[in-house]
Write a protein that binds this ligand. Structure first.
Ligand SMILES: NC(=O)c1ccc[n+]([C@@H]2O[C@H](COP(=O)([O-])OP(=O)(O)OC[C@H]3O[C@@H](n4cnc5c(N)ncnc54)[C@H](OP(=O)(O)O)[C@@H]3O)[C@@H](O)[C@H]2O)c1
Length: 337
């Protein structure tokens, strides 16, 4: 990412109509509402990426009323670089709008060597968040997540660390990510006892990966905890991008990503069937994939990643058609079988 050359960049004046078209949904039983579409910086914001494009994406997001930006300590590559680049762009464009933004970060995956840079100890979570705040030029994050369960650290210690993080002013809310249903229930119970309720669970949820329907959404719905669905397009497979092969520059074509060409090939039959159903709805497949997630009111927001401003605009356009007939739902179920 070229971070030194900013010549020719216009200063940013946000769209005064930015709250006109976006809808916001309440996150569980909390006071927080999130935009139906949120923006994740897992890919496309590392040092290998184009900072100017990243800047355009963030500006367009805010202009569309997408006020929730999601990061993690290890987003990049290299690790930490998405937060560093976000910090630079935040300082240039968003400082006056800090109170309009809901910014999250996470820790839970391997971040630095040795026993204190991974998993779920209090030592790791607190020091990692301190590093994230420094990289992002922030005094606090709105939301801090434990990124994945740690089988060895007592759940109580991890939840006490989240409680401490809120009480010490480093985060306003906490959440969990990738926790299976039963463990999520326990974590939510411990956080309630500590007096720092769990705001939200961040889980992979898309037409190809529906594990959350097997208990987790019920736990969250019953506990008044929100759900934000990550990888809603199955990393781009749920779009028309791969209908005719693997385009150059796409996530499946790149190295150092988590989308294999073989995975795309194995899903192609379903992608084609879903593409036809979307066409009948006068939507693109990516639009239908996002709308389909939002028909469940327990899903607070859909967390997209984009490699261009155009993709973000298209994804936001999904919100113009959120209704599904029973027939369409059944056709989608058939296509996914
Ligand atoms: N908690 C966790 O463990 C976890 C794990 C993964 C992700 N996340 C979060 O979820 C966010 C989103 O994940 P994700 O990037 O996998 O989401 P995704 O929306 O499923 O995939 C994003 C990719 O899909 C393609 N795409 C997006 N919009 C498109 C459109 N309209 N038409 C065609 N292709 C389109 C782009 O791929 P190309 O690059 O090929 O253009 C884009 O990079 C992350 O940034 C992160 O914040 C969290």
């Amino acid at each position: 990412m070229q971070i030194n050359d900013k010549s020719g960049i216009q200063s940013y004046t946000p769209n005064p109509q930015r709250y006109g078209d976006m809808s916001y949904r309440r996150c569980g039983n909390s006071g927080i509402q999130l935009p139906l579409i949120s923006l994740g910086l897992w890919h496309n914001f590392g040092h290998a990426d184009d900072l100017l494009k990243g800047q355009q994406i963030l500006r367009k997001a805010f202009d569309l009323g997408i006020v929730h930006f999601d990061l993690a300590n290890n987003y990049g590559p290299p690790y930490g670089s998405a937060e560093t680049n976000f910090g630079r762009l935040f300082r240039d464009d968003f400082v006056p709008y800090r109170d309009e933004l809901f910014i999250s970060s996470k820790a839970g995956y391997d971040m630095w060597p040795g026993p204190y840079g991974n998993l779920g100890s209090r030592k790791y979570l607190v020091s990692s968040l301190d590093q994230s705040l420094q990289r992002m030029n922030l005094d606090y994050v709105d939301l801090f997540y434990h990124h994945r369960p740690d089988p060895d650290t007592p759940l109580e210690e991890t939840m006490q660390a989240l409680d401490f993080i809120v009480r010490s002013g480093r985060a306003l809310y906490v959440g969990i990510s990738n926790y299976p249903a039963e463990l999520a229930k326990k974590a939510i119970g411990i956080l309630n006892e500590l007096g720092t309720p769990c705001l939200i669970h961040q889980a992979r949820y898309n037409m190809f990966d529906r594990w959350v329907e097997d208990g987790l959404l019920d736990v969250l719905g019953d506990s008044g905890v929100g759900c934000i669905a990550f990888s809603p397009l199955a990393q781009g497979m749920l779009s028309d991008k791969y209908l005719n092969g693997i385009p150059e520059g796409s996530r499946a074509a790149k190295s150092m990503t988590y989308l294999e060409k073989e995975t795309v090939a194995s899903q192609l039959g379903k992608i084609k069937k879903l593409h036809s159903i979307a066409k009948e709805r006068e939507q693109t497949l990516s639009e239908m994939a996002i709308s389909w997630l939002l028909k469940d009111q327990r899903v607070t927001s859909v967390l997209v990643g984009v490699s261009s401003v155009q993709q973000l605009e298209k994804n936001a356009h999904s919100l113009t058609n959120l209704k599904f007939s029973n027939k369409e739902v059944a056709e989608i179920e058939n296509a996914l079988r």
